[in-house]
Design a protein around this ligand. Sequence first.
Ligand code: OXD
Ligand code: MN
Length: 602
Amino acid sequence: MTTTRNRALGAWVEEIARFTKPDRIHWCDGSDTESEMLVKHMLADGTLESLNADTHPGCYLHRSHPSDVARTEHLTFICTEKQADTGPTNNWMSPAEARGKVWPLFENAMEGRTLYVVPYLMGPESSPFSKVGVEITDSAYVAVNMRIMTRMGKIALDRLGDSSDFVKGLHSLGDLDPQRRFICHFPQSKEIWSIGSGYGGNALLSKKCFALRIASTQARDEGWLAEHMLILGLEDPQGRTTYIAAAFPSACGKTNLAMLIPPLSQAGYKVWTVGDDIAWLRPGSDGRLWAINPENGFFGVAPGTNKETNPNAMATIGKNTIFTNVAVTKDRQPWWEGLGKPPEGMTDWRGNPYDPSKGEPAAHPNSRFTAPAAQCPGISPKFSDPQGVPISAIIFGGRRASLVPLVYQAFDWNHGVLVGSMLSSETTAAATGKTGVLRRDPMAMLPFCGYNMGDYLTHWLKVGNGLTHPPAIFNVNWFRRGPQREFLWPGYGENLRVLRWIVERANGGANKNNAVETPIGFVPTADAIDTRGLDVSSATMQELLRVDTAGWTQELHDFGDYLHKLGDRVPSALAVVLARIRLGLDGAAHRKTAKASVATPV
Ligand code: OXD
Ligand code: MN
């Protein structure tokens, strides 16, 4: 039985139900009563566990299967007729192969289970830029997470009306065997098939699958950008707010930056959170780039989150939050590494008594919270603005122990696209077991770009060159280390000092007093970043802002090799900018040698 008058949707649900054979079908309306009913069932069957209702009202714990604890990039496929359209950075499967290999796994997969139809809206309710998706899932946990992460239920069906323009996401837990786990994307038909995982980006199909992989292809076709970016508004003491979008690879502190609380020394400034993970950016009729956050909640990494690193996140997750794979204290409070000394008598993320002597973390390093955006104390008043916010600056950043300065500004849009495409980050121990392995991650979109990366970079050039007032583009690196591997920059709230320089540059144009031109871009002058009250010496500041000519020559050489690997669809305009920067570096190296030879008495 369907509860929709939308013919395309009704027919699709019937087709899937015939094949997957659920015991019952439930159409999600997104109401409180429905959520309470789902939670009650999950508490009864053990999918959820209750948490301390005094300290964490409305919060629950879920433990995923221990083999299903993160996105699985090697099992994630883009399914296009031609492999070249998927490109060298994605796993490719032809639609025919997917039909032969993945589709049969759905047969009878929902026997004994409920099929939930989850209609959802990506973006603010009345925004012309919002899009509708429908996820069919056999996981009630997914349904309640989707209710937090998106505008879910009736609101989406109302928006859809009788249109057949929606992204179809089919998800089943299957048997959770990694051998039978696939996450397939069909950009042409705007479909997603995910089987064998109940976790995060693999299962909440609105997020990485739709809002990035499928949306990036829609954006290419429709002239906009779907990006792995936070969005924030920085309000200055005069009450002017400047909006910034920033792309960082996973595990570089995006949520922390999006929710930054200025330290006391920066009183008068305020950061407003518009989004922490995804931005849909559109050229406006005024020639500027406008951004909406398509999501409605935060799916953040728990470990490392505490009152010092991210007080706003801590306030956000105090109620109505689902915790996944965290540890739990004796009095049933959620716990993770970063919250201080482990209390006695804890249960670890697998549900076993926690034994600290084993040296293993109590919470899984990728344990998460799913929390409503509206609960964030710093949520922007523009969060649900149908037009979104105008972006004045775009920031790229990665985790680099050496070479990359604390901040620099690209010369122009095309150079900014090069800077974004050069984005790279050193992996953390938690992710790979090896520290310091450099992973190239153009625009932080390596796992999320739904088409050929060369075409994607071409599209970036096209969108920016069509803007009369493009955002200024910057690169930041909070993670520079000194000789003892100590961090040179304090990071966290103090990053506001760098944001202030960025906003000043973006708003004031070329103010020669606050930057010097170097071969790699504009770098702050020695005193352009406010370091008052910081334990950062001027020598350290100099080191943080130094442009190491020889190091950059090598970096650009290595990047040239990488661009080559991205294939022949990389835009030649990018190679031209690269050559220009290399020439500038050669000139600087030459001037240095000449100066040295003049200075050295013979
Ligand atoms: C995320 C990610 O979960 O980028 O947001 O991995
Ligand atoms: Mn992300």
